[in-house]
Design a protein around this ligand. Structure first.
Ligand code: DC
Length: 208
């Protein structure tokens, strides 16, 4: 069983994917982490994330980079979004994601194009979303919790810019697959969102 969880930044898709993996006993891959590693490697190389050659060269990042906490920073997230528009970067990361999806027993993957490009045959596809204002509020709370004080308006601007880039790129833009179930978590807390996702998977599996 492959479960594809796609959605925009700060929608709760990572939390939901992790919870589904643990509930259904499946391995989980956060594919955004791969793009973040490429973004970070460009930064370490002193390169420009908008330059296709610099981004391609950064795909040879060492695996240890995936465990670096700095990948979770807003700055690296922005770099990740910028390198992810280059088709060569998407191609370079494809095999790794595809192999993870196809492992015996199944897997949960979360990202932007899992249901549309990486695993279009996935048995269950969820598209997790929430309003920009709510996603900004969640990100703001999370950053406050880490002692980082950034104005809410700035976070909202960044999220809107990231959405526009992720949805507007030519290659594998962020969009729900035709057969995806859209889960809007704007009015859900964490527990309710997880419960709704588990229920959605159960319903999909029962209908097979
Ligand atoms: O999910 P995230 O915030 O960690 O992702 C960071 C960026 O990586 C995101 O803005 C776009 C890119 N990305 C992508 O293009 N395709 C994916 N499957 C996952 C992430």
């Amino acid at each position: 069983m492959i479960i594809a969880v796609d959605g925009p930044t700060a929608s709760g898709k990572g939390t939901i994917a992790k919870a589904l993996a643990s509930h259904f006993g499946l391995p989980h891959l956060d594919t955004g982490q791969l793009y973040r590693a490429v973004g970070r490697q460009v930064q370490l190389n002193g390169g420009d994330p908008d330059d296709a050659d610099a981004a391609r060269a950064a795909c040879a990042f060492p695996d240890a980079l995936l465990d670096d906490a700095i990948l979770r920073s807003e700055e690296v997230g922005g770099f990740a979004s910028r390198v992810s528009v280059h088709p060569d970067v998407r191609r370079a990361l494809y095999d790794r994601q595809r192999a993870f999806a196809l492992q015996p027993g199944g897997a949960v993957l979360d990202g932007r194009d899992i249901g549309t490009v990486i695993a279009p045959e996935a048995e269950v596809k969820l598209f997790v979303t929430a309003s920009v204002a709510e996603r900004a509020r969640r990100r703001w709370l999370e950053m406050q919790g880490r002692g980082i004080d950034v104005p809410l308006a700035e976070i909202e601007r960044d999220i809107a810019a990231r959405d526009a880039r992720d949805m507007g790129r030519k290659d594998a833009p962020l969009r729900p697959a035709a057969d995806a179930l859209v889960l809007d978590t704007t009015h859900f807390n964490r527990e309710a969102a997880i419960e709704a996702a588990i229920e959605a998977v159960r319903t999909r599996l029962a209908a097979r």
